[in-house]
Structure formats: structure tokens, C-alpha cells
Design a protein around this ligand. Structure first.
Ligand SMILES: N[C@@H](CCC(=O)N[C@@H](CS)C(=O)NCC(=O)O)C(=O)O
Length: 255
């Protein structure tokens, strides 16, 4: 049996939802409302002590990390493959999953949090979050404190923008040469980036603009037209899931 703990279909939570739908795998979905801080409740922290989504549970095995979940699903359910069979194609898939996690997601989450997530919090919500994060491991707590204070230096924000600009350049160059990130076929590499680029288009439209990234936006439009992506977006409980930002990945990347 497959169960998925997820939030809005954006950034990391959208990825496993799309893979499960592409593979037509039945699963039980558990919506973890990050806006209500449900990820910090004791029951959830027992499942994932870092208090993050997404989490896949397969026959009782707990699998965390969005990119690893994509690869796990691929290994466990190879029927309806979402990964090229040949070695070079598999390398390209792994390259993009790692690149998405390390070089794109943390910075997109940071800009989205600063532009949209943090300004939406009331003083009462900030206070509630300060209480809620007391039970988190030290590094997650530290990240949250920084996120609640919004205390990133100008230098860190400039670095985030520069990293995202070079990431979009690389994605754009790749998509000018082939229809999908790993080459001729759609794969989990595309799934690893579709919601991150979608969020970026909202949080930093000047970086993912039609002028700078036409091939990337064309790819995004094609992916949004896939039934699995459209069905995933239809699971949103907010009217604009691409505007749903919580403190995101890896403290090391957040400064
Ligand atoms: N490296 C993790 C990052 C997951 C992550 O950062 N999730 C965020 C949402 S995008 C989260 O759960 N934040 C809630 C919190 O930190 O309390 C992955 O790829 O799954």
C-alpha cells in the first residue's frame, strides 16, 4: 500500500503526486496543512522528525526527500517508466534531480518566502509558529527562526537571485536542444523541476520571463497540459498553489 503525505501541489509536494498519477498507482493521500503548522504535530514528527513534506510510506517503509521518492517509485514500479533506459539518459535524470534539489529549490523557496510567504503572516501567526518550532531539531528550528525574522542579508539574496538566473539559463539552453530535460522523453527529471519553475515564475517573474526563458516557459506549458500534472494541480486547496510558500529545503543552502 502507498500513502503520501503532502501539502499544496507546489515545490516538493507536487513531484511525488505527479509521479504516482503518471504511473497510475493507487495511493492514499494525507494533506498536511503547512499553513496550520500540522507538520510540527507530534504524530507527524514521529513519521518525519525534520517536520517536512513530502513523505511516502510504502508497505510501512518511510521514504523522505522528493527526489529520492521519485527514484524509489521508479525502482519499485518500473512499469510505465519515467526514466530513460540507457546509461547516459539515467545520468541526465540524476543530474537534474540533484541540480533541482541543491541549486534551484532552496533559492526559489527563499525568494518565494520573502516575497509571498512571510509578508502574508500576521503577528499572531508568527507567534504561533515560534511556539510550534520548539519541538523541531536544532537546524530546522534555526532555519525557521531566520525565516520568521526574514533576516537574510542583501548578499544572500543577491546570491539566491544569481543562482536562480544561472539555473534558468542552463534549463533554457537544455530545452532549446531537446524537448525534455533528459532528452527526447519526458522523465522524472521534468517532474523534479516543473513545480519549482512554476513557483519561480510567480515569485521571481523577472528571472523566469518569456524574454529570458521562452523554451522553458513552453516546456512548462506542455507539462501543465499533461493530465497527471493537471490532476495534481486540481488537488490544491488554495486558489493559487504556486503562491504557497513555507520555509523550504536545507538550512545549509539557506545560509
Ligand atoms: N529536501 C527536502 C525538502 C522538503 C521541504 O523543504 N519541504 C518544505 C515545503 S517545500 C516543508 O515541508 N517545510 C515545512 C517546515 O519546514 O516546517 C525534499 O526534497 O523533500
Amino acid at each position: 500500500m502507498l500513502e503520501l503525505y503532502h501539502w499544496e501541489p507546489t515545490l516538493d509536494s507536487g513531484e511525488p503526486l505527479v509521479a504516482l498519477k503518471e504511473k497510475a498507482l493507487p495511493f492514499r493521500a494525507h494533506y498536511v496543512d503547512l499553513a496550520e503548522l500540522q507538520q510540527h504535530q507530534p504524530g507527524y514528527l514521529r513519521l518525519n522528525p525534520s517536520g517536512q513534506v513530502p513523505v511516502l510510506v510504502h508497505d510501512g517503509r518511510v521514504i523522505t526527500e522528493a527526489g529520492l521518492i521519485l527514484e524509489y517509485l521508479e525502482d519499485a514500479f518500473p512499469e510505465r517508466p519515467l526514466r530513460p533506459a540507457e546509461l547516459a539518459g539515467r545520468y541526465r535524470v540524476r543530474f537534474w534531480i540533484k541540480y533541482a534539489e541543491e541549486r534551484v529549490a532552496p533559492y526559489a523557496a527563499l525568494l518565494g518566502w520573502l516575497a509571498i510567504g512571510r509578508p502574508a503572516l500576521t503577528a499572531a501567526a508568527v507567534e504561533q509558529a515560534r511556539q510550534s518550532i520548539r519541538q523541531l531539531p536544532a537546524e530546522r528550528r534555526q532555519l525557521w527562526e531566520k525565516a520568521l525574522a526574514g533576516s537574510w542579508s542583501e548578499e544572500e539574496i543577491v546570491l539566491a537571485r544569481a543562482s536562480l538566473s544561472s539555473a534558468v539559463r542552463l534549463i533554457e539552453q537544455t530545452l532549446r536542444e531537446a524537448p525534455y530535460l533528459a532528452g527526447d522523453t519526458y522523465s522524472i527529471a521534468d517532474i523534479a523541476l516543473v513545480f519549482i519553475v512554476r513557483a519561480l515564475r510567480t515569485a521571481a517573474p523577472e528571472i523566469a520571463s518569456a524574454e529570458r526563458a521562452p523554451a522553458t516557459l513552453g516546456w512548462l506549458g506542455r507539462l501543465e497540459g499533461r493530465p497527471a500534472v493537471a490532476e495534481t494541480l486540481a488537488l490544491a486547496r488554495t486558489s493559487a498553489p504556486e503562491r504557497a510558500f513555507a520555509p523550504g529545503p536545507e538550512p545549509a543552502r539557506w545560509g
